[in-house]
Each structure stands twice: as C-alpha cells, then as structure tokens.
Design a protein around this ligand. Structure first.
Ligand code: NAD
Length: 391
C-alpha cells in the first residue's frame, strides 16, 4: 500500500517501514563513525524510539555490543501499519545481524513481572551477564501487579501556570494554562515515571546473578530553563524525576559493584516531548538558536556523546549532584540568553523567522519514517514487517 502520514493530535497514527529503516541505517552509520570501547552486552528498556533507541544503536554499532531491547509496540494488522517503534526495531535487528551482532527484543509491558522474567531468561540463555542497563521508558501509564492503573500527568505542583505555547498545526502562538496536579496525580506520576520500576529491574537482574561486575546503569532526565520549570522540573513530572534521581543513589548504595547514573539530556522532539505544553515552543526556538550556533544535536549525537565522552571516557565529568550533563550545550549561558531574548519578542508576525517550526516538523515526521531523504513514498510499501527475534 501507499503509506502516508496521518497526524492526530500529538502523534502520527501511521509509520513507514522503509523510512524507519533508512532512519535507523543513518543512525547506525553515525554510531559506526564514532566507535568507542565500552559496552559488550547491553539491556535497553524502552528501546524502540527516541533516546532509548539511539542508546541501543550506540551500544551495538558504536561499541559492537550484543543487545537485548524491551519495547512496547504494535505489529501491522488489518490495514493498519505497525508502530514506528516496531519498524525501528525490525530495522535495527536486521542491520545488527549484518554486522554479526546478537540482537533480541522482548515486546511487552516493561513494568510487568512477566516481561522482566522473559528478559532474565533471555540474558541467562544467550548473553550470560549484562554490563550496561539503560532505562529509557517514557510511558503514559503503568499497570501495577494488583491491576491498578496509574497515569502520568503533565501538570504543575501548587499553582496553575499560564504561558505561551505554539499551535504547531496552525503555526501560531497560543496561550496555555496548566492546572495543578492533585496529590493523587503526583503520586501516580511518580509511580509511572519515577525510579521504582528501574529499581525493580536492577534488583531482579542482581538477584538472578546476571549483572556483570562493574556494570553501569543509567536513566534519563531533563532539567531545562526557567520558563519550562513550572511544567517540567517543578511540575508533576519533575517530582517523578526527583524520585528517579533518588533511585540512582539507592541503587549505587545497594549494589556497590554497579555504577548508577542519571543522564540529563537535551530537549528534543520525541513522541513524549511533543505532548508537553510550552515545551514545543521552547524547542523550536532552541533548535533555531542551536542550529545557527552549530551546536544542534539529535538523539544519536547526544547518545554518542554519552558513550564516547561520558560513560566510557577516562574521566567521567559529573555535576554537583552527581549527574551526567548532556544538556551542557543547551544550557550554555550564550544559548539560553539568545533563547530568552527571542522568547521575549516572538509574536505571530516574526514566528517563522525566530522559531524553527520546519525543523520541528521534520523531526516529527522522521520519527515515523516520513520525510526521509532517499525514500520513495510514491512506491507501494508492505506494512507487514517482522522483527526477526520475535517473528
Ligand atoms: P520516547 O517516547 O521517544 O521513547 C520511549 C520508549 O519507551 C519507547 O521505545 C516506548 O515504546 C517505550 N515504552 C513506553 N512504555 C513502555 C512500556 N510500558 N513497556 C516497554 N516500553 C515502553 O521517549 P524519549 O523522549 O526518548 O524519553 C526517554 C527518556 O528520556 C525519558 O525518561 C525522558 O524523560 C528522557 N528525556 C527526554 C527528553 C526529550 O526532550 N525527549 C529530554 C531529556 C530526557
């Protein structure tokens, strides 16, 4: 069939298998061009999109590691395409096989005990022990063992907050008010996006004896500038990220042979970040500024720096809280001064010049395998693609 993008709200309900393949091939080429001696056997939780996918690509194609990925994606069915994450993973496994690398994937709910058991089984059978565990879940909800469903909300804590955002479809500025989360909503957001599940994974791996001596584990966070603090760092998601940070400390204390880190990454267009109010306007201004200054990076460049210049570099630079900072270029005073100056004077007249709306949309389409140079979108594409290790 001819596959076209169908955008509904913050997501695209279709994905293009060949576009996704090409996207992964390009990221794999980038990782191959930036090799580093590091991970040998890696488990990546949340491995089919965004930062988790780029991490898996760096582990495999940058370090030559065997990888096990945990994803939560849908294959094609009844005239519907598969999810982008499904096609990304199929492409990843095919490219890994060409390089002679082991790559297996478990498709299921990473929060569940069952998926953890499946992962342990696979590691024991095929990998022995893992020396790198990356936790990159961005999930809207979590089902607890007793069947209770907790949802993550993007709300403020305390007072409501009003600021400008961008209506990307209409390409115009809009005002948005974000209401405060209730105590229950905050607690639920912490259960979904906080550190509990990361801690459960590490405990399960340690108890099963499948963590290599001196293994590394990391989870990802975001801090960002003041204008985003009420909705992010000081909001319900910020509470969850604080919990994630506390978990990294607890993991470090409980498992002395494991190094646990939080990596604070750059704001980028991903399926999760496009759903956060205010952030898309900030990102489109940031993209304009960082591209003009020659500092722009995507997920693969960020994760390549994580591997090459942080995790496997001779001296690991950490901030005063002990976090890895990959948002160092984003948070540079000269970058933030320029973003602030634009934020103050942006209006509907100058929006197209001052914000990189096209760049935002290009990243958005490319996440779903569209607008990738070299792909013929007029050609029929077969949506039924299998992930080799799943079938
Ligand atoms: P993403 O939406 O691109 O990827 C999330 C991944 O998690 C996907 O592979 C998805 O399939 C998987 N997933 C979701 N629920 C799952 C479940 N129940 N079981 C198994 N897999 C599941 O998100 P992202 O933006 O790459 O975010 C990853 C991490 O990076 C998050 O912790 C996020 O807060 C952090 N981060 C993101 C940004 C940003 O700007 N995007 C910046 C800094 C940090």
């Amino acid at each position: 069939m001819i596959i076209e993008p169908k955008i509904r709200g913050f997501i695209c309900t279709t994905a293009h298998p060949e576009g996704c393949f090409e996207n992964i091939r390009r990221q794999a080429d980038y990782a191959k061009a930036h090799p580093v001696k590091g991970a040998r056997k890696a488990l990546i939780i949340g491995a089919s999109a965004g930062y988790g996918l780029a991490s898996r690509i760096c582990a495999a194609f940058g370090c030559g590691a065997d990888t096990l990925g945990v994803i939560f994606d849908k294959p094609a069915s009844g005239g519907r395409t598969a999810s982008a994450g499904w096609y990304n993973t199929a492409a990843f496994e095919r490219l890994a096989a060409k390089e002679g690398l082991y790559a297996a994937t478990i498709n299921g709910d990473a929060f569940s005990r069952e998926v953890k058991e499946q992962a342990l089984e696979r590691i024991r059978r095929d990998m022995g022990k893992v020396d790198l565990v990356l936790y990159s879940l961005a999930a809207p909800r979590r089902t607890l063992p007793d069947g209770t469903v907790c949802s993550s909300v993007l709300k403020t804590v305390g007072e409501a907050y009003t600021n400008r955002t961008i209506d990307l479809k209409r390409r115009e500025l809009a005002e948005v008010s974000i209401s405060p989360a209730s105590e229950q909503e905050i607690a639920d957001t912490v259960r979904v996006m906080g550190g509990e599940d990361w801690g459960d994974w590490i405990k399960a791996l340690a108890e099963a004896g499948v963590l290599a001596e001196n293994a590394i584990t990391a989870a990802y966070s975001y801090i960002g500038p003041e204008m985003t603090h009420p909705i992010y760092m000081e909001g319900s998601i910020g509470r969850a990220k604080e919990d994630l940070y506390q978990t990294s400390r607890r993991i470090g204390e409980s498992f002395p042979h494991l190094r646990a880190y939080i990596s604070v990454n750059k704001a980028l267009v991903t399926q999760s970040s496009s759903a956060i109010p205010i952030v898309p306007l900030y990102i489109s201004i940031l993209y304009r500024v960082m591209k003009q200054m020659g500092l722009h990076e995507g997920c693969i460049e960020q994760m390549s720096r994580l591997f090459n210049e942080r995790l496997y570099a001779p001296n690991l630079l950490l901030d005063e809280r002990g976090c890895i900072r990959l948002d160092d270029w984003e948070m540079r005073p000269d970058v933030q001064a320029k973003v602030n100056e634009i934020w103050e004077r942006i209006d509907n007249e100058n929006l197209e010049q001052l914000a990189d709306i096209d760049g935002y949309w290009e990243d958005f389409y490319q996440m779903f395998g569209f607008h990738i140079p070299g792909v013929d979108y007029e050609k029929e594409a077969d949506p039924a693609v299998s992930i080799p290790s799943i079938g």
